[in-house]
Design a binder for this molecule. Structure first.
Ligand code: SAM
Length: 272
């Protein structure tokens, strides 16, 4: 499908189709890359996430299906909270209040920390058309891909992109949600990580110091200072660090860790 730029149905419908010399050499080159371990997504340049086709390059982590649980959790919390609107920080007109009542995500400020390809920010921009979405990453190369993905899905006017170390510059208690799939693998468990991930995905996207909680340990207090009272942190984690993360959230309210489809603790949410 990649070589011929066609869909699966075309392949089934045209079993007689022979490859031209050019196509054959592109196919051989792709196979050679794959056989040295390069993930298929970096060869084709694409990965699907939340029913969107995203561009991926070795500058970004390949979005994983488990991360869709982060989106589900945000949507669930947002829906349950939108009935009880937060007090306005500035006076609102009756017309604005009425329109917010019709569109419950209006006025919500959501920050995606470590946006990578933009997967989480784009999915939330798509699902919450009135919310303000900010996507931050420490990597300028990743932000370039995230911007390209936003343009590809006509969401560029919906997302503000920021180059930042975690939540630097977001300490004014103004956010409703901080959402993140941060690096959370410990360097001490490096040999248990798939070779493809270790060799080809960006190190800063995967590893976070020797135990794996180092980035999260910085992110949690910074998030507390960035959220409005009653705001939410929704974050992807792994089973290996779940109990350590629970300890780091001991002063937070409504802490819950949910499993993924393989019953591995995967998404934590907590409230200020
Ligand atoms: C696990 S990837 C997640 C990418 C994307 N959100 C996803 O779910 O597919 C982690 C991302 O965090 C970024 N990152 C790592 N350390 C960071 C830091 N100190 N501040 C901001 N972003 C950071 C990496 O560049 C990478 O894009």
């Amino acid at each position: 499908m990649f070589t011929l730029n066609c869909d699966r149905a075309y392949l089934y419908a045209h079993p007689e189709r022979e490859l031209t010399e050019d196509e054959q050499s592109r196919y051989d080159a792709a196979l050679a890359e794959r056989s040295r371990g390069v993930p298929a997504q970096y060869i084709t340049g694409h990965q699907e996430f939340w029913r969107m086709d995203l561009i991926v390059t070795p500058a970004v982590l390949i979005p994983r299906p488990e991360t869709e649980h982060v989106i589900e959790t945000v949507l669930e919390l947002q829906a349950s909270a939108s009935g009880v609107r937060r007090p306005a920080s500035a006076p609102r007109t009756a017309a604005l209040r009425a329109s917010e009542d019709r569109k419950p995500d209006a006025g919500w400020r959501i920050l995606d920390v470590g946006t990578g390809s933009g997967a989480i920010a784009l999915a939330l921009a798509k699902e919450l058309p009135q919310a303000e979405i900010i996507a931050a990453d420490i990597s300028p190369a990743a932000l370039e891909i995230a911007r390209a993905n936003a343009a590809r899905h006509q969401l560029e006017s919906r997302i503000q992109f920021r180059e930042a170390d975690l939540l630097a510059g977001f300490d004014d208690n103004s956010l409703d949600f901080v959402v993140s799939n941060p690096p959370y693998v410990g360097e001490s468990e490096e040999d248990q990580v798939q070779l493809e991930v270790r060799k080809f995905e960006p190190r800063t996207a995967v590893f976070a110091g020797s135990t794996g909680v180092e980035v999260i340990a910085r992110l949690i207090p910074q998030t507390h200072a960035a959220l409005r009272p009653g705001g939410w942190l929704v974050m992807e984690i792994s089973g290996a660090i779940a109990e350590e993360v629970r300890k780091l959230l001991r002063d937070w309210k409504e802490v819950e860790i949910r499993p993924d489809l393989q019953s591995i603790p995967r998404v934590v949410h907590a409230r200020t």
